[in-house]
Ligand binder design. Structure first.
Ligand code: SAH
Length: 286
């Protein structure tokens, strides 16, 4: 147990150093004074924290910073194609805001959101990749009436979904789940050398540590992992008809006692770089 604990500590220390390095690396980059101008529409990749974008920003050629309402974007090229990394910050509000600003200011051809997550199935280990076939907002619920003193029970619930723009009807409507872009999904499925599971990502402004509630969300909605951004980013992309996919790495899993392993964030970024390369070669420059 002691060995496990010190290994975790070492990992956390290494990750903190990496995140700090990334913060300093970003701070050292030139800040653009002009509007973003690109002949080709860029691919936008989101990650909430420095540890979740460190690998991505280091992979860019000629990185330049753009700031919008104090949010940070790093634009450059990858495999000679324009890519913009958005540090979305944590939680759904920031994820939605950074994405909306990016759609207006960078006009991306596609959006990938990625990062860490908590596993909902005991076979999922830190480092495993989740391809988000779809996402749901597990915090958008209406609970069944309970009288004073009847106790707390969130299992009697109706999933509300989000308000999403429907192009055909030209109005906003409720949408219970967001599905991934089929082209990005197919490409993601064909990436090898990773442990991959396809499924539903559950997004909420919260960290759920109740195993019974985790099992409930898994059984009721098929949620395989939880995190705080995917569905919000998907919502904004849906509103505008921009192709989207969410990719997550398992960084913790309370159903099999896996504590938070921040280093796992690198696996999601490596997977996404492989996906971006395929997308550029097989879709964008074809
Ligand atoms: N700083 C936090 C760790 C990150 S928490 C702490 O000290 O506890 C929030 C971020 O991690 C979010 O961006 C979310 O997307 C992701 N995340 C990873 N595992 C999660 C989980 N089990 N539940 C919710 N969010 C999780």
């Amino acid at each position: 147990l002691l060995k496990k604990f010190s290994a975790e500590l070492e990992e956390e220390k290494a990750s903190a150093i990496f995140a700090k390095d990334t913060e300093e690396f970003i701070a050292s980059l030139p800040v653009s004074k002009s509007k973003y101008d690109s002949r080709q529409r860029p691919i936008l990749i989101g990650g909430a924290m420095n540890s979740e974008i460190g690998v991505l920003v280091r992979a860019l050629k000629n990185p330049v910073i753009y700031k919008q309402l104090n949010y940070i974007y790093i634009a450059g090229t990858y495999k000679d194609y324009p890519v913009v990394i958005s540090r979305t910050e944590e939680f759904q509000t920031n994820a939605a805001a950074t994405t909306a600003l990016a759609l207006v200011n960078f006009n991306p051809v596609a959006v990938i959101n990625q990062g860490t997550s908590g596993g909902y199935i005991s076979t999922l280990k830190p480092g495993d990749i989740i391809i988000g076939e779809r996402s749901i907002n597990t915090s958008a619920i209406k609970t069944e009436y309970r009288a004073k003193g009847a106790g707390i029970d969130f299992t009697q619930q109706l999933l509300l979904g989000d308000r999403v723009y429907n192009k055909d009807a030209d109005k906003f409507e409720f949408c219970k789940e967001m599905t991934a872009d089929s082209t990005l999904l197919k490409l993601a499925e064909n990436i090898s050398d990773f442990n991959v599971v396809k499924g539903t990502i559950g997004t909420a402004d919260g960290w759920n540590n109740q195993i019974d509630y985790i099992n409930f969300l898994n059984e009721k909605y098929g949620v395989v992992c939880e995190e705080m951004e995917t569905n919000a980013v998907a919502n904004i992309c849906y509103n505008s008809g921009v192709p989207f996919i969410g990719i997550r790495v398992i960084s913790n899993n309370i159903t099999n006692d896996s504590t938070f392993q921040p280093q796992s964030a690198e696996v999601a970024q490596k997977f996404v770089l492989a996906l971006v390369e395929k997308y550029i070669q097989e879709v964008l420059i074809k």
